[in-house]
Design a protein around this ligand. Structure first.
Ligand SMILES: *[C@@H]1O[C@H](CO)[C@@H](O)[C@H](O)[C@H]1NC(C)=O
Ligand SMILES: *[C@@H]1O[C@H](CO)[C@@H](O)[C@H](O)[C@H]1NC(C)=O
Ligand SMILES: *[C@@H]1O[C@H](CO)[C@@H](O)[C@H](O)[C@H]1NC(C)=O
Length: 358
């Protein structure tokens, strides 16, 4: 009885202090992590894992374009849950209306920018995520597909748009996989980094993606860590060049099952943290998540608890996904809006929301 009362009291205090933090102008992540976020999906709909993103498949998660209320979701996540980061996936083809290269189509870009501005208006950080799996219509960038120059032109255009926004992060590429050469891929990433910095975005975070679907478990053993460690800013430094990794908790790390089997500590986070410390680098986990089930809640809570113990080299996590996913989607983190009162999914309310794990 005493124990039950005590834990109730502790929950009450931490919820109140986290809420106070959320209402202050500069939100902070779930201490000691710097960032906690959610993916706001929709502009990536129509993208296949071979980089075939159909322009017509993109579905803006904004009510003015007949999508979900992504702007309201983000405001809720910041105000009620203490989140401070959103990842905004989009297909390359959508931004350029199907033309390979860097010339943004203003009709399409303006719609994507409306989501970016809605994110920035919450005070959170916002990741521009090109959701193309290192490819354009089945061909790998810099390895038979678009040239590095064409890809760098895209990033130059985007960085020109956002160079004055300190809260924009540049997510170079979602989930490269099956790359013939990781060192050749690192040269592609280098071209993008150089383009972003030379466009005037000199200090923002840039997220560097490795092979194998950016698996955190094979980031070191698969050679991605060593290859990406060579990527630098134009001044030769690696300041704010952050290793980008994904990890799910189901048996095949695909994020498709509602049954979770691991907290990823032994196979992913612990070895990753050893490499990061030895090499004086930082990482962020821009996709993770699980079903709204007891096993996923259990392991996700354990994963966040462990991630906090490596906060010296680990910036935070971003759940997959809200935005235009409906609440029936297996990994849904989409909150339900009842007349301005938002209700979170179980993984968010139990583990992932900063007020749940403060
Ligand atoms: C931009 O894309 C729209 C489709 O969203 C298309 O109708 C328009 O012609 C494109 N503009 C240019 C300049 O290509
Ligand atoms: C990719 O990661 C999976 C585990 O998530 C592993 O089984 C597989 O061996 C990895 N492949 C490569 C090429 O590293
Ligand atoms: C994560 O799982 C491992 C076993 O694989 C276990 O030893 C560890 O205690 C778990 N971590 C947490 C924070 O519960």
């Amino acid at each position: 009885m005493f124990k039950a009362l005590l834990s109730l009291a502790i929950v009450g205090v931490s919820a109140i202090s986290a809420r106070a933090a959320a209402l202050s102008p500069r939100v902070t992540g779930p201490a000691p992590l710097k960032f906690a976020g959610v993916n706001i999906a929709g502009f990536d709909f129509g993208c296949g894992t071979d980089g075939t993103c159909t322009v017509s498949g993109a579905y803006p998660p904004l009510t003015q374009y007949y999508g979900a209320d992504g702007a309201g979701q983000m405001q809720h996540f910041v105000n009620d849950d203490g989140y401070n980061l959103f990842r905004l996936p989009v297909g390359w083809q959508y931004l350029t209306n199907g033309v390979v290269g860097g010339t943004l189509n203003s009709t399409n870009f303006d719609k994507y920018d409306a989501l970016v501005q809605a994110c920035l208006n919450t005070g959170a950080y916002c990741i521009i995520d090109i959701h193309n799996y290192a490819r354009w219509n089945g061909e790998i960038i810099g390895q038979g597909g678009p040239t590095n120059a064409q890809f760098a032109a895209l990033w130059s255009s985007l960085a020109t748009q956002y160079k004055s926004q300190s809260h924009v992060m540049f997510g170079i590429m979602n989930e490269p996989h099956d790359l013939p050469s990781i060192t050749t891929w690192a040269a592609t990433v280098q071209a993008a980094v150089t383009a972003i910095r030379n466009a005037g975005a000199t200090s923002q975070y840039i997220l560097l993606p490795g092979d194998n679907w950016t698996s955190a478990a094979t980031f070191v053993s698969g050679g991605s860590a060593a290859a990406l460690a060579t990527v630098t800013n134009p001044d030769g430094s690696t300041t704010n060049l952050i290793m980008d990794v994904h990890k799910y908790l189901d048996s095949d790390n695909s994020g498709t099952s509602n049954t979770c089997v691991t907290n990823n500590t032994v196979e992913a986070w612990e070895p990753l943290s050893v490499w990061l410390r030895a090499n004086n680098r930082l990482a962020i986990n821009t996709e993770t998540g699980g079903g709204n089930t007891a096993s996923c809640v259990e392991y996700l809570c354990q994963q966040v608890a462990y991630q906090k113990t490596i906060a010296d080299v680990f910036l935070g996590y971003v759940g997959w996904a809200a935005g235009n996913f409906d609440t029936g989607y297996v990994l849904s983190e989409t909150p339900t809006d009842n007349g301005g009162t938002w209700t979170d999914t179980e993984t968010v309310s139990s583990c992932l929301a900063p007020i749940a794990n403060a």
